[in-house]
Write a protein that binds this ligand. Structure first.
Ligand SMILES: [Zn+2]
Length: 387
């Protein structure tokens, strides 16, 4: 269903000017219950085998009541990586590696070699900063000990909150009114300069430098197998974010359907760069991958039904709870961040449903990760003889 756009900023039917984007930014306010430093940055791992790495600082304007104007706020961007990634006390991009738990344990050469041989998994949350269960799901996968268990088979990299300004503002976009989950496009001859945000640029630069450094100083970059990006679809999508997007782009209407339940979106692989780059998984394999996740999550929370016209969120659904989209072309994080990974998927929980709770949504995110990693073990994408 389409609703006519009636957003308070801009002229209906005309894209926003720079001054209207500024007006939008100045109308944003920090969410009272959200403190990035308290809720996310302090949440460094205590699990043996992992450490936190700062990969940059995001500087973004926020409204300051005392100064009655906008001031810049710095957010520390960080990821959780295996101890084998980077030498202890080393640095990336000129910033110091942050290690936040004693004791610092230097990986042995055997551990480093094992790490080079293991496939690597990327888990991201908070690409849309307002979607809290993705951040909590990534944190819980680590704090519950599951990340440590699966690290026997995989190198696991967790970026719990890609967009900290969006987290504190309870906002979908970046401060520059760009959707960060459309800013990871893969460079192609047709699109040599895909849209970037400060958030995507920092993450992509970080991922480029990631790997195991051996004693002779050689960097072995990860063999990416899978990327899971944890998201939500919320009622605020139709009360705020889709109307704002329609207004920003000069559209007169927007889709107002919110799927009630969990769903996934993955790649429509036919026009996906990874296949021509030698991606080895077949389309059937991918459908089995997505459906395994859906089946497991269905035990935790209900799966979204399509609308009567067969769509989910305005897109034609491929099957129950599944959308396949040209993710690399759209600039979606799961698909663009590590395009060499043959498996990439975006989870979508619906926390505003009468049939779920925030706790269940977090559990569904964790279950998605476990289902994906179990599937990849079952089909022999990682060594399951290690116990
Ligand atoms: Zn999202």
């Amino acid at each position: 269903m389409k609703t006519v756009c009636n957003y308070p900023i801009g002229v209906p039917g005309a894209p926003w000017t720079a001054s209207e984007k500024r007006q939008w930014l100045c109308s944003r306010r920090k969410h009272l219950d959200r403190e990035y430093d308290l809720d996310v940055t302090r949440y460094f791992p205590k699990e043996e085998g992992f450490h936190a790495v700062s990969y940059g600082v995001l500087t973004a304007p926020i409204f300051c009541a005392e100064k009655r104007g906008m001031v810049n706020r710095d957010y520390l961007l960080f990821a959780i990586v295996p101890d084998t990634f980077y030498p202890p006390g080393g640095s990336i991009n000129g910033s110091s590696v942050v290690r936040h738990f004693p004791p610092i344990r230097h990986p042995t050469n055997i551990e480093r070699q094992e790490s080079i041989n293991k496939p690597t998994i990327l888990i991201t949350g908070g690409v849309h900063g307002y979607e809290i269960s993705g951040i909590k799901g990534a944190q819980q996968f680590l704090s519950s000990g599951l990340a440590k268990i699966y690290s026997k088979h995989y190198n696991i990299v967790i970026v719990p909150c890609v967009s900290p300004w969006g987290y504190e503002m309870n906002e979908r976009w970046t401060a520059k009114a760009i959707d960060p989950n459309r800013s990871f496009g893969v460079k192609t001859p047709d699109n040599p300069t895909p849209i970037r945000t400060d958030e995507s640029t920092a993450l992509l630069n970080f991922l480029d430098t990631l790997g195991v450094t051996t004693d002779d100083g050689v960097l072995h970059q990860p063999t990416w197998l899978c990327h899971l990006d944890l998201h939500e679809t919320t009622n605020s999508d139709v009360t705020e974010f889709r109307p704002a997007k329609a207004a920003r782009d000069g559209s007169v209407e927007y889709d107002d359907h919110i799927p009630d339940g969990f769903y996934l979106f993955g790649h429509s692989h036919q026009d996906d760069a990874r296949i021509s780059n030698g991606g080895e998984a077949s389309n059937n394999d991918h459908l089995a991958f997505y459906n395994t996740i859906l089946k497991r999550v269905e035990k935790v929370t209900h799966i979204a039904e399509s609308e009567s016209d067969g769509t989910l969120c305005g897109y034609a659904a491929t099957s129950h709870g599944l959308l396949l989209l040209p993710c690399a072309e759209l600039g979606i994080c799961a698909g663009g961040a590590v395009p060499q990974a043959p498996y990439a998927v975006t989870t979508e929980v619906y926390p505003d449903s009468d049939r779920t709770t925030e706790e269940i949504c977090v559990k569904a995110q964790v279950e998605s990760i476990c289902a994906a990693l179990d599937f990849l073990l079952t089909v022999g994408k990682a060594d399951n003889s290690i116990s």
